[in-house]
Design a protein. Structure first.
Lengths: 164, 347
């Protein structure tokens, strides 16, 4: 496992290089447009620079960043002008959305926000539900339920799309 | 292809390109950090850039403090709102803990529908449910017709609204939000433990829900695509803001609006080359006080965009003062007189 701290200094350049793809994907899954996503990614690493946490290992580093990114995105979405904007108005139109049309991606973006971090960590990063639960400080049963519900919603939506 | 592979493939498509990554990183290293512990900041070039940016940042911070100010309804300067002013260190700590809990719990509450809603209660370490500390998301409803919106507001009985759609404008959409008081005693449908300290209960909404509108937003547009935006928010006794924020060099003056207790007219930045007010920021903010006999604490306390219900001690009808604030913002297309006429049409 790579050592994150170098003489007590946070190597933000290395941390950024290791994690920017992950943080960007997570932020986009919440915010659904490039401009807000770039701001959220910037804010996540800025918070990391300011907090200068001592990461025990890469998994700790990854977990800290993904939780921070999720929280920052949720805070952005909680502002009333975002909270009350219907999904169809915030979504992906023109050049501001995902690069190509993808039914699965559409279905992921439409999932309730509370499932997204768990879904990403489990499917993309390969984390077991127990580790995600420890990271999010939730009961493992809650994480398993979230994953199961997310899977059900994805299947439902993708089946619908195939039938239409 | 199975779900796992499809999810991975889709997330891969969200990978940022190199230009995007470089752009974000540039912003990151060029912004001065309050924590100078990054190795990035130790290179000579970056140190120089950081120093220059720091000077710029300090100037910007100084300028930013001049960009807005707070006044009372009489247009007198008042201090910036301090959420924790006058509280002991212990009380601040408790509030921060409550706030953190409320924020965390907000994510566990499913989205509400118009027929039912969910409330998250805090569970003490000894397993008892704290009925007096709960978090609920507002219930939002959208109307496309002004008549339907008027009917909803009329049923609520406290909030005011413009008599008609302002002349020359059409309604784009109207949104209302309900926040139900805990003491309304809706019908419990089921409950589940969402975390060690969180109990989620699902309730059926009673017919009286329509009396508990706490907020609305109206969006109008005219033929020139100029917009008119109105908001209304109901406050309870403990959270009435009396610090009104004024941006930049905007001007503000107290005005008298029929039927309102207080009103302030704010015109945009008057320092334009033309010397005229910028119509884009012309707005009226006004407050109405209603007295209502109710058995419920109709107000809510807001903690960082999440509504936290509060109970009032005792039961039975109470005479309460309910304050509602109205903000009308014109983004051009209206003269000052037109704007004041619209404000005067609220009933």
């Amino acid at each position: 496992m790579a050592q994150q701290n170098l003489d007590n200094q946070l190597d933000i350049e290395a941390i950024y290089a290791r994690n920017v793809d992950m943080v960007y994907r997570v932020c986009f899954s919440f915010l659904k447009n490039k401009a807000d996503t770039e701001d959220a990614v910037h804010d996540t690493f800025m918070r990391c620079m300011r907090a200068a946490p001592r990461f025990a290992n890469e998994a700790h580093e990854k977990g800290w960043l993904v939780v921070t990114a999720g929280n920052l995105c949720r805070n952005r979405l909680r502002h009333w002008w975002r909270k009350n904007t219907p999904l169809d108005e915030t979504a992906f139109s023109g050049n501001d959305g995902p690069p190509t049309h993808d039914d699965t991606l559409d279905a992921i973006l439409a999932l309730p926000d509370r499932y997204k971090v768990s879904l990403y960590l489990h499917y993309y990063e390969g984390w077991p539900a127990g580790d995600i639960a420890a990271l999010l400080r939730r009961p493992a049963s809650t994480v398993r339920n979230h994953l199961s519900e997310a899977r059900r919603l994805l299947k439902e939506r993708l089946t619908d799309d195939e039938h239409t | 292809m199975n779900i796992h592979d499809r999810v991975v493939q889709s997330f891969n498509k969200l990978t940022p390109d190199e230009a995007t990554k470089a752009r974000i990183y540039e912003r990151l290293v060029e912004q001065p950090s309050s924590h100078p512990q990054t190795t990035a900041c130790y290179s000579r070039r970056r140190l120089g850039v950081a120093l220059a940016i720091t000077i710029l940042f300090c100037a910007t911070v100084f300028a930013a403090t001049q960009l807005h100010k707070y006044v009372n309804w009489q247009r007198e300067p008042v201090p910036e709102p301090n959420l924790y002013g006058g509280l002991s260190e212990k009380d601040v700590s408790v509030r921060e803990q409550n706030r953190s809990w409320a924020l965390l719990v907000g994510d566990l509450i499913p989205d509400n529908t118009h027929s039912e809603y969910w409330v998250a209660y805090r569970v003490s370490p000894d397993g008892t449910v704290d009925e007096k500390f709960a978090v609920v998301k507002t219930i939002n409803r959208r109307f496309d017709s002004y008549a339907a919106f008027q009917a909803a507001i009329s049923a609520e009985g406290v909030l005011l609204m413009p008599e008609n759609v302002p002349e020359g404008f059409t309604l784009e959409k109207a949104e209302v939000s309900y926040t139900l008081p805990h003491s309304l005693a809706p019908v419990l449908l089921d409950e589940q433990k969402a975390a060690d300290d969180v109990l989620l209960r699902r309730y059926a909404l009673p017919p009286e829900k329509d009396r508990f509108l706490t907020m609305y937003r109206l969006f109008f547009v005219n033929q020139q695509n100029k917009r008119l935006f109105m908001t209304c928010e109901l406050h309870n006794r403990s959270s009435i803001p009396n610090n009104l924020r004024i941006e930049g060099n905007s001007t503000a003056r107290s005005v008298i609006i029929d039927g309102m207790d207080k009103a302030l007219l704010m015109a945009g930045d008057a320092s334009q080359p033309s010397g005229e007010a910028n119509p884009a920021t012309m707005s009226v903010i006004m407050r109405h006080k209603a007295v209502l006999s109710t058995a419920h604490d109709q107000g809510t306390r807001r903690w960082d965009y999440i509504d936290v219900l509060t109970d009032i001690p005792g039961a039975g009808p109470l005479l309460v003062h309910l304050y509602s604030d109205y903000h009308i913002i014109s983004y051009g297309g209206l003269s000052q007189d037109d704007l004041l006429n619209i404000a005067g049409s609220f009933h």
